[in-house]
Design a protein around this ligand. Structure first.
Ligand code: PRP
Ligand code: URA
Length: 208
């Protein structure tokens, strides 16, 4: 399942991120706000259990608790820009990191870091990365999460995708739901999304 969330707030914030003139601080702020809006949508199918609670007015009322444990996994570097927003919404979720960079010539992802929380058979893992370009990084991260971290239920949350990346990820991992703020036109010959927003990692960390 692929869901592109077209909401005026999302479109407005994404436009700010796309603009070349947007400074690092505003780029980060909009990425954080967009992540909260996307996570709100991406968590809408989570199951809840009824629990009994006491309120200041009555001894017994019905409350709800998310039934599955949640884990967050950020793909380095750019996924770091989404972690604060996701952890504010899901404060009990442990956080893992997968370090991947794209080889600039082959565009293939290279792994340099992998640190996960304790696996839980019933956990739902939200993988965070703003960009789904060739799809190589998301596919490699999810391969690792399935094979080495032994988690099966995975949701991908990104900001900008393109037909090439969406189709590659859907083909490699058809069981993974994908939530994005936009599906852009295509990739250019350097593997950048057009119109996109440039190199997300560089824009978040001010490295170019
Ligand atoms: C970017 C981005 C994704 C990846 C997407 O990371 O954050 O992880 O590219 O491209 P793909 O779908 O073609 O794999 P990058 O490799 O630039 O590393 P960085 O986040 O450290 O800058
Ligand atoms: N990674 C990015 O950060 N931006 C793109 O457009 C493609 C891959």
């Amino acid at each position: 399942m692929v869901e592109i969330i077209k909401h005026p707030l999302i479109q407005d914030k994404l436009t700010r991120m796309r603009k070349t003139t947007t400074p690092t601080l505003i780029f980060r702020q909009n990425l954080k706000e967009l992540t909260q809006l996307l996570m709100y949508e991406a968590t809408k199918h989570l199951k809840v259990n009824e629990i009994e609670i006491e309120t200041p007015v009555v001894d017994k009322a019905v409350g709800f608790k998310i039934s599955n444990p949640i884990q967050l996994v950020a793909i380095l570097r750019a996924g770091i820009g989404m972690v604060d927003a996701a952890k504010e919404l899901l404060p009990n979720a442990p956080i893992g990191y997968v370090g991947l960079y794209r080889n600039e010539e082959t565009l293939k992802p290279v792994k340099y870091y992998f640190k996960m929380p304790q696996p839980r058979s019933d956990a739902i893992v939200f993988v965070l990365d703003p960009m789904l370009a060739t799809g190589g990084s998301a596919i490699a991260a999810i391969d690792l999460i399935k094979k080495e971290h032994k988690q099966e239920k995975i949701v991908f949350v990104g900001i900008v995708g393109c037909p090439e990346g969406i189709s590659a990820l859907s083909k490699a991992h058809p069981d993974v739901d994908i939530y994005l703020a936009a599906e852009d036109e295509k990739l250019n010959d350097k593997g950048y999304i057009i119109p996109g927003l440039g190199d997300a990692g560089d824009r978040i960390f001010g490295t170019k």
